[in-house]
Design a protein around this ligand. Structure first.
Ligand code: MP6
Length: 321
């Protein structure tokens, strides 16, 4: 079935054998809805079965009235556009169809039966080095793909990293992503405006989730690709330590810790991981390790980057004791 646009098209043949693309228009009636998987701020994600193909999906349902009332239409469009731009990587949740009825919008997406990485981490309390290396590598490989498509996630955190039934990860929740405008130079090379630099986000009201927000987002309200790498550093720390590096009684105190770079490593935190985190949790985004430097860091020794990483069996989940 030709994937085509997210709404989905399928190839058929007319009477004299000419291929004809017939748009599939799925609707609510094509699915059996199951349990609620997660609640977003403006949406509910439900498990669903496509009756005709017997395939399992996750369907994100958004209440139109609520979205309009809360002025979130922009975020819904950003999420749809971003998901339509990030279609060919195993680490990104796939959007198959969208449709609506009088009350709701529906996004038909990959079902990630392993749930949120945060829930898995809470059950384990910590991940050992091998698990941390594997999951951090998959997350980084996916960040690398997103950035290559000019997308900055801006709200990376363990809740937005899902596990599929192979215990591989899929990143989700792109409602707050930033899409850089792509330009082609005469040689045809694609580059994005404000690639490494900053981009002024009109809706500067948006800030990510306190524990993972980068200092530049707090001080001069700018997010850049390096902001995702700051969040990545927080996630690596949290997988091994069982808690995020910056956590205080409330958001304001957490922000204070971030801009003061006030955090410490628990006893026994592995050395190479510590070195990596210290080079990521750097206040100046320009001084932070670049994506390529992270991939070359000793902590990721033995990781083969690229599609091979996604064919490997996930290590059995073990706690770091
Ligand atoms: C982070 C997100 N939680 C979740 N979002 C998605 C799930 C998902 C699945 C479980 C789960 C599965 N089995 N047990 C739990 C638990 C939470 C989930 C899924 O399967 N497929 C697509 C999803 C999201 C895609 C959409 C953003 C584009 C929030 C809390 C925002 C609803």
């Amino acid at each position: 079935q030709d994937r085509g646009a997210a709404s989905g098209v399928q190839r058929e043949y007319d009477s004299n054998g000419q291929p004809v693309l017939k748009p599939i228009k799925k609707g609510v009636k094509d699915f059996d809805f199951g349990k609620t998987l997660g609640e977003g701020s403006y949406s509910t994600v439900l498990a669903a079965l496509d009756r005709s193909t017997q395939k399992q999906y996750a369907i994100k349902v958004l209440d139109k009235r609520h979205i309009i009332k809360e002025k979130k239409v922009k975020y819904v469009n950003i999420e749809k556009e971003t998901l339509n731009r990030l279609t060919d990587h195993p680490g990104v949740v796939r959007l198959y169809y969208t449709f609506q009825d009088e009350r709701s919008l529906y996004f038909v997406l990959d079902l990630c039966a392993g749930g949120e990485l945060l829930s898995v981490l809470k059950r384990m309390t910590t991940f050992d080095e091998e698990c941390t290396r594997f999951y951090a590598a998959q997350i980084l490989d996916t960040i690398s793909y997103m950035h290559s498509k000019g997308v900055i996630h801006r709200d990376l955190k363990p809740e937005n990293v899902l596990m599929d039934d192979q215990q591989h990860i899929k990143i989700t929740d792109f409602g707050t992503a930033k899409m850089l405008e792509a330009h082609q130079d005469p040689s045809g090379r694609t580059y994005f405006d404000s690639d490494a630099g900053h981009l002024r986000d009109r809706a500067t009201s948006f800030v990510g989730t306190a524990e993972y927000v980068s200092p530049e987002l707090l001080t001069d309200k700018n997010a850049c690709k390096a902001s995702d790498l700051w969040a990545f550093g927080c996630i690596v720390y949290q997988l091994l330590a069982g808690r995020p590096p910056f956590k205080a009684a409330n958001e304001y105190l957490t922000f204070q810790k971030i801009v003061a770079l006030e955090y410490e490593f628990p006893l026994g935190f592995p050395e190479t991981a510590r070195d990596l985190v210290e080079r990521l949790l750097v206040l100046d985004p320009q001084q932070r390790l670049s994506l390529e430097n992270i991939k070359a860091h000793e902590f990721f020794q033995g990781i083969n980057w690229g599609r091979g990483l996604w064919k490997e069996r996930a290590p059995r989940l073990k706690a770091y004791v």
